[in-house]
Design a protein around this ligand. Structure first.
Ligand SMILES: [Zn+2]
Length: 115
């Protein structure tokens, strides 16, 4: 799948809302964030390009993730390159609960928060 196709898929999955805070993205700056960073020439890596690795988020959430990297990693919004798990297997913390990001939807998982 081309990056353009994946991006479109992520935006459809989001329903036009930030996948972290839920704000409508129609009238705010928004980004598609790569949970595992693309790094040097990584855009051709199918794991990096997978929709499970990408989230549609508002700029406020994107800035929070990039400026709170340790907590963002604990909450699954960043998946370090050294983490052996596929991003699809790394849950994210949203509004008090844990969710797994799948290609076409985000599903709740029963986890006890570590904090
Ligand atoms: Zn947001």
């Amino acid at each position: 799948m081309t990056p353009t196709g994946t991006r479109a898929q992520v935006l459809i999955r989001s329903g036009g809302c930030c996948e972290r805070c839920g704000i409508c993205l129609a009238n705010v700056p928004a980004d598609v964030h790569h949970r595992r960073p693309r790094g040097m020439g990584g855009t051709r890596d199918p794991e990096i390009d997978a929709p499970e690795n990408q989230v549609a988020i508002c700029r406020v959430c994107h800035t929070w993730i990039e400026s709170h990297r340790a907590v963002a990693t604990d909450q699954g919004w960043l998946v370090p390159r050294k983490d052996p798990r596929h991003p699809r297997d790394v849950p994210v913390f949203i509004d008090g609960g844990w969710y797994l990001i799948e290609p076409t939807l985000i599903v709740p998982v029963d986890l006890t928060p570590p904090f």
